[in-house]
Design a protein around this ligand. Structure first.
Ligand SMILES: [Zn+2]
Length: 90
């Protein structure tokens, strides 16, 4: 969860974050949500080891490029890889 906090606290200039699983730099993330209610979900993943987390019902920050909920699954899968879900920070 600390990565999620780091991202939210530093938008729109999120620093390069290290993956808690493989320790490589380059955590990626994407918000997907409803632009009216500003509620959606956030996916955070490591493009190297493909571990990540999915956080539902988050507020979509103003300063990010979010995808709308009606984005096709195909398009979302082009942006968000099919990663292995890990438990938030232990
Ligand atoms: Zn990793």
């Amino acid at each position: 969860m600390s990565i999620a906090a780091d991202i939210n606290n530093t938008l729109p200039n999120v620093p390069v974050l290290a993956c808690p699983s493989c320790h490589r730099l380059g955590i990626d993330f994407q918000f997907v949500g409803d632009f009216q209610t500003k509620i959606g979900y956030m996916a955070i993943w490591c493009p190297f080891c493909l571990h990540g987390i999915h956080i539902s019902r988050v507020r979509i920050p103003e300063k990010t490029q979010a995808l709308p909920f009606n984005t096709s699954a195909e398009e979302i899968s082009r942006r968000i890889p099919n990663f292995t879900h890990v438990k938030p920070d232990g």
